[in-house]
Design a binder for this molecule. Structure first.
Ligand SMILES: Cc1cc2nc3c(=O)[nH]c(=O)nc-3n(C[C@H](O)[C@H](O)[C@H](O)COP(=O)(O)OP(=O)(O)OC[C@H]3O[C@@H](n4cnc5c(N)ncnc54)[C@H](O)[C@@H]3O)c2cc1C
Length: 460
């Protein structure tokens, strides 16, 4: 196709994050399309530079204090001198540099032209680069992701977001985290594990809205038991600079001083000043790009994938949307990204893995009576050690008539690893009886998922 097109490129991708990089390198490397990509910040995007990857490395870092206690209980002679941010931070930065270089090499190796600058849409087939030059393309793919947003309140500029937390010069002694979503809860666990005194405010009645009530209730209890001062139905009114730190005024009329305030109060799609609406692309209420099932916008030559479309904000979803886009546009095989039954992990401490419907969602949507199977127990490893053990929860939401496992929720160590595998069974439409006839792997925590014989309760 390349020689027949009057355009500079067959595809111009804006944004080199999870979705954009995958789409660009597969289109160029596997279909022979002439592809360019523009990145205004760092290659790898949110996931690699300021999301999943650095976060997970910090989750790992934060777990070793607890492990040292356990190791002693198992007979190890360990002298623990505490965590050093100064030792960890340069290693984290070096790892992100390494990963960014891999992303760049993958693009180079696929023959993608890279422009290290901001790009906006000039018209249906033209991209304008920050240096003033323009490039034309048969297709434009908007993969600009999202950014954290702070609430509009006095002194908000004194707080930081998930973008900055990885770069702080030193770990705060006293930190306030505002927000009860998964990012706020994950950082509460991380910073608590690394030795900060963590207070978390959430304006709602329970953190992790949208997830199974029983699972999020257990996580909240365990977060508190681990030392996090989690305060629900509490929000911030204003922040003021104080000689001792940041003075926080809250909705309960209190004033408290913290060294650092982290806003985990939501994300907004990166569409500001992109020229999208002017080109005819429809945007939603929060600025997200509106696309059809194939990720095509209202302008046929402009497509959008990933967080900027605000469908499901996860890296593997952005990647799959990118792959489906390439299939549709460059392989001639129309493909809709599948957003059903997406397994996902929340790296709180304890961790959660979840796929399918929560009990509350199933009551609303399943259209049949339900059987709820739950089990809760202390993990063998910590029971033996006699150290504070975070409880494990396993839960299956089963359709009483269809027998299908409609939801699977696991809270506990390695829940993210477990749910990836349980997710295959649930995606295949496994029934409770399929789970039952699978032999347990003993002795593991995971075996409990196939040994729950009787429903804890029946609903409907
Ligand atoms: C703290 C945190 C933790 C997370 N943890 C997880 C997790 O554990 N698991 C998971 O699956 N997901 C996680 N996510 C979500 C995940 O990071 C995103 O869903 C994913 O990165 C979305 O990919 P994307 O390609 O849509 O956008 P992004 O990865 O955000 O990439 C967009 C890129 O576009 C660039 N850009 C923006 N505008 C322009 C422009 N005009 N010109 C040029 N370049 C531009 C940006 O600089 C960025 O590099 C996390 C996110 C955060 C913030």
């Amino acid at each position: 196709m390349s020689d027949e097109t009057p355009f500079d490129y067959d595809l111009f991708v804006i944004g080199a994050g999870s979705g954009g990089v995958r789409a660009a390198r597969v289109a160029a490397g596997e279909t022979g399309a002439r592809v360019a990509i523009a990145e205004e910040s760092r290659y790898g995007g949110t996931c690699v530079i300021r999301g999943c990857v650095p976060k997970k490395l910090m989750v790992f870092a934060s777990g070793y204090g607890r492990m040292a206690d356990e190791a002693r209980a198992y007979g190890w002679d360990i002298e623990e001198k505490g965590f050093s941010w100064d030792a960890f931070k340069p290693k984290l930065e070096a790892e992100l540099d390494r990963l960014e270089a891999i992303y760049q090499r993958l693009l180079d190796g696929s023959g993608v032209d890279k422009f290290n600058q901001r790009a906006t849409v000039a018209d249906a087939h033209t991209v304008r680069l920050a240096d003033g030059s323009t490039k034309t393309a048969k297709h434009i793919l908007v993969a600009t992701g999202g950014r954290p947003v702070k609430p509009d309140l006095p002194g908000a500029e004194l707080g930081i977001t998930s973008n900055e937390i990885f770069h702080v010069a030193e770990l705060p002694k006293r930190i306030l985290i505002i927000g009860g979503g998964y990012i706020g809860c994950e950082f509460a666990g991380i910073l608590n594990g690394l030795g900060s005194e963590v207070t978390q405010y959430y304006r709602g009645t329970q953190v992790l809205r949208g997830f199974d009530d029983e699972a999020r209730g257990l996580i909240a209890d365990e977060m508190r038991a681990a030392g996090i001062d989690l305060q629900v139905e509490t929000d911030v009114v204003k922040l003021e600079k104080d000689a001792d730190g940041i003075r926080v005024f809250d909705t309960r009329g209190r004033e408290t001083i913290f060294d650092q305030v982290l806003f985990a109060t939501g994300r907004a799609p990166n569409t500001d000043g992109m020229g999208l609406a002017e080109a005819g692309v429809e945007l939603g209420r929060n600025g997200e790009v509106i696309v059809d099932d194939f990720s095509q916008t209202a302008v046929p030559s402009i497509w959008a994938i990933g967080d900027v479309t605000d469908r499901v904000q996860l890296t593997p979803v952005a990647i799959r949307e990118g792959m489906a886009f390439v299939s549709t546009v460059f392989r001639g095989v129309p493909m809709k990204p599948d957003h059903e039954l997406i397994p996902t992990a929340i790296f709180t401490q304890p961790e959660m893995g979840t796929v399918g419907m929560s009990e509350e969602e199933a009551i609303q949507k399943a259209g049949e009576p339900l059987e709820i199977y739950t089990t809760s127990f202390k993990p063998m490893q910590q029971s033996f050690a006699g150290t504070a053990a975070q409880k494990i929860l396993m839960k299956l939401v089963v359709g009483k008539q269809s027998r299908k496992v409609l939801g699977c929720h696991i809270v506990g160590p390695s829940a993210g690893e477990m749910i990836q595998l349980a997710g295959i069974a649930v995606k295949m439409g496994a029934t409770k009886e399929d789970f039952d006839r699978t032999v347990a792997v003993h002795p593991t925590a995971a075996e409990e998922i196939v040994t729950m014989r009787n429903p804890t309760r029946t609903l409907g």
